[in-house]
Design a protein around this ligand. Structure first.
Ligand code: NI
Length: 181
């Protein structure tokens, strides 16, 4: 396993539309190794999720996990989830405001309106079809990570830039909700 280098805002790879992964590639040793490295990298930097473009690989792969994250003591847990070629279907028009951050946009927090309930379909770690429903915080994590696959950062979806904050100032003055990244 290896900890991968994280691309920061400004690197062109974060603005590309990532490529679909052929299903028969998912179970190859090289791809498995890559996914395992993504998981290790996400855990090392205490992200709630990580998308392949964030480690300079423009493929449609995301990993997510929220388990007693010291950066987010109030976050509801989300079991380790590996998604390949994910597609999101909104299940409601309702939006929730989520405080987000991103390993590619270090030390910032911003409020993003996210679809409150979604269904996600894709392929899992074994290359098998997979689908699940998510709501609120977990749904926001999925939307944030899937946005990376289309070259979007959460800052693109921040509607009120007056609510942007550096992490330290956020913790000091604005800590009211559960952040995502
Ligand atoms: Ni991110």
């Amino acid at each position: 396993m290896a900890i991968l280098k994280v691309a920061r805002m400004g690197h062109p790879v974060l603005r590309e539309v990532a490529a679909e992964v052929p299903r028969d590639q998912i179970t190859t040793p090289g791809f498995r190794q890559f996914v395992d490295d993504m998981i290790e990298t996400m855990r090392e930097y205490e992200g709630a999720g990580l998308a392949a473009p964030q480690v300079h690989v423009s493929k449609r792969v995301v990993v997510m996990e929220v388990a007693e994250n010291p950066r987010y003591p109030d976050a509801p847990s989300l079991p380790l989830t590996v998604l390949v070629n994910p597609r999101i279907t909104p299940l409601t028009d309702r939006r929730v405001e989520i405080v987000e951050g991103c390993l590619s946009v270090p030390d910032l927090r911003g409020v993003v309106p996210r679809i409150a309930e979604i269904e996600v379909e894709g392929l899992d770690y074994h290359g098998e079809p997979w689908s699940e429903r998510f709501e609120n915080f977990s749904a926001a994590v999925v939307q944030h990570e899937c946005d990376h696959l289309d070259g979007l950062l959460y800052l693109d979806r921040v509607e009120d830039t007056r609510r942007l904050s550096f992490l330290r100032e956020f913790e000091r003055y604005h800590r009211v909700a559960v952040p995502v990244d």
